[in-house]
Design a protein around this ligand. Structure first.
Ligand code: F6R
Length: 608
């Protein structure tokens, strides 16, 4: 869960590396480093802390001349954040340097073997073992040494490597960690993710598992693990460069919340065709949709919360049983799968380690698989039988907002597609629901335009220590997401509860002044949740309710009410989540926190 970048060409490498690392800081930011080669000497600079420490230390890269280099921004896995544990790592005489994203699972065993042969280690990282192993196997041919090391490493890695004996070359390789290669007339690049190099090139190659690339200033050579040369086709990235920048907002999170109407429309509109839903990439015809006996939705964090919502939608509309699993649990619970089950993996990054492992397990057990993924060309997108892309564009803030909203849309579309194929939804009902979906972008815009109302309320709760979210059915799913948004960026403890469950223990935590956020968007459950509000009110809670326009009765019991526009009850999550995202955001901002980079978190969780 780190970011790597590399450049070789006719320009000074260090400023390019620093710039690229800035775009990758969302992948990790506890330390940063780079190695730059001037053809004679490889200079290494690395430092604990944000990238600006490295920037200042090297005077914007000015102290590191050279036209080839590799850089790294770290999220600690093995060894605490420190100058020593920061990458790059090298062999003893710094003639081989390595940056690494991923985890080498058998590094202790490998380290012991090397120690027995006299190697000394200076850091606690698994990456230093790679550098020393390369030293051990290196006989003048980098390709051969790298292949030998690959055969011995277990785990995940994307590596950038330089050899002092081979000026004018950078090597890169990957297994289960993302890696792209960019090409331009001014030189060639490697990166963990496209935004790092988008400023310099739009021509990229996605490196597959166990592929290796040798970069020179004016050439790229790709190899498989048997050292056979490969021909690869470049992909042109169409993203607007500004989409990867903050666009005038103080934080990416606010920018991305504001982008939700567009992201939702982009994900929805191209699939609404000829009075129905057409999902080109679905890869399943109506007969195949009818043959599915059970759906498993598997994901982590917020993506999992979209699955909790989707269960209600699929079961309610398509009458098909759905199980929702946390990917980290699913992969170890021996699920009952067969050719008539469909496993949906929901993931913004498409690289989440547990989700990817769950996908592989589902495939191994004979199930059909589908990814709902935002990052084109990511591992989940490539490995699933089919993929339904969410078109949210790059999401930089660690806390997901626009990707979450587009995941909901993809799941609604799929549920409606299943319902149509299985004949559980009348044509007129489908038409009304499609019309409701079409309204969502505008309704989301409306809610965003009232953000100051949420801000005013949020400012009263900056000192809160515990906040509860309650709801029933889909409102419970919304509560899960509202609670996660708040806690991950504001560091206030928060829990979401199915409103009827509170009295089975947790209600003992309700005391004078405790904030309870109640979500009431489901007409059939509205009165039940009102009763639960009364229960917490009578124990001293202060209640903020989020409900549908027209439900004015709630004002009699709640202290503060936020209304969302009317929509089909199956789609209310798309609207109710907006004030909850804003609430978490403004509480965190009010506390002076960096909402884009909350402590202990990274955007892409590529370790188990
Ligand atoms: C929370 C958040 C995380 C992710 C989770 C899955 O705001 O962003 O909970 O939803 O880590 O990530 P992806 O969707 O990339 O698999």
């Amino acid at each position: 869960m780190c970011g790597i970048v590399g450049y070789i060409g006719n320009k000074q490498a260090a400023p390019i590396l620093l710039d690229g690392l800035g775009k990758l800081e969302y992948r990790g930011y506890d330390s940063a480093g780079m190695a730059v080669f001037d053809g004679q000497e490889i200079r290494i600079a690395k430092a604990k802390g944000r990238l600006k420490v490295l920037y200042n230390m090297t005077r914007g890269g000015g102290t590191m001349p050279g036209t080839a280099g590799i850089g790294h921004t770290r999220w600690a896995t093995h060894g605490e954040p420190s100058d020593t544990n920061a990458h790059p790592h090298s062999n003893e005489d710094a003639s081989i340097v390595v940056v690494h994203n991923g985890i080498i699972e058998n590094y202790m065993k490998l380290k012991k073997k090397l120690e027995a042969r006299g190697y000394q280690f200076h850091s606690e990282t698994d990456t230093e073992v790679i550098a020393q192993m390369l030293d051990y196997y290196y006989r003048g041919n980098p390709l051969e040494a790298i292949m030998k090391v690959m055969h011995r490493m277990e785990g995940s890695y994307a590596l950038g490597i330089m050899f002092r004996d081979h000026p004018g070359e950078i090597y890169a390789v990957r297994k289960d960690s993302p890696l792209v290669v960019g090409q331009s007339p001014e030189g060639n690049f490697i990166a963990s993710d496209v935004p790092a190099i988008l400023k310099y090139t739009r021509e990229v190659y996605f490196i597959e598992n166990e592929e290796l690339v040798c970069l020179k200033a004016d050439s790229l050579n790709f190899y498989n693990i048997d050292e056979e040369e490969l021909q690869k086709e470049p992909v042109t990235i169409e993203w607007d460069i500004h989409a990867a920048e903050k666009g005038g907002y103080a934080y990416f999170m606010m920018k991305e919340m504001q982008e939700q109407p567009k992201a939702v429309a982009d994900t929805l509109n191209p699939r609404l065709k000829n009075g129905g839903i057409e999902i080109e990439e679905l890869g399943m015809d109506e007969e195949e949709l009818r043959a599915v006996e059970k759906i498993f939705i598997v994901a982590c964090g917020s993506a999992y919360h979209t699955g909790v919502t989707a269960k209600y939608v699929f079961e309610g509309l398509a009458r098909i049983p759905v199980e929702v699993d946390l990917a980290s649990e699913f992969r170890y619970r021996n699920p009952i799968l067969n050719k008539n089950t469909l496993v949906l993996i929901v993931s913004q990054s498409g690289e989440t380690a547990d989700s990817l492992a769950a996908l592989r397990q589902a495939r191994a057990l004979g199930s059909r698989t589908m990814g709902i993924v935002n990052v084109v060309g990511s591992s989940i997108a490539r490995e699933a039988d089919s993929v339904l892309y969410t078109w949210a564009g790059p999401e930089i803030a660690v806390a997901t907002t626009k990707a979450y909203s587009t995941q909901l849309i993809a799941l609604y579309l799929l549920a409606l597609k299943f319902a149509s194929a299985r004949g559980t939804l009348r044509k007129e009902e489908l038409q009304t629901m499609l019309e409701d979906l079409r309204q969502l972008p505008e309704q989301i815009s409306l809610l965003l335009s009232h953000k100051e109302k949420v801000q005013k309320f949020a400012n009263r709760y900056l000192a809160a220590e515990h906040i509860f979210f309650i709801g029933r059915g889909i409102d419970y799913a919304i509560s899960l997401e509202g609670s996660l948004k708040l806690k991950e960026i504001s560091y206030i403890h928060s829990e979401a509860y199915a409103a009827g469950e509170l009295k089975h223990g947790t209600i003992s935590l309700i005391e004078e002044g405790r904030l309870v956020v109640a979500v009431l968007t489901q007409p059939e459950l509205y009165k039940k949740t009102i009763s639960n509000i009364v229960e917490v009110k009578s124990r001293g809670a202060f209640v903020m309710a989020v409900t549908t326009a027209g439900n004015t009765e709630v004002e009699k019991v709640a202290d503060y009410v936020i209304y969302i526009p009317e929509t089909n009850p199956y789609f209310t999550n798309s609207l109710a989540v907006i004030p909850l995202q804003l609430f978490g955001y403004y509480v965190a901002i009010g506390k002076g926190l960096d909402v884009d980079k909350p402590r202990n978190l990274a955007k892409s969780v590529t370790v188990e």
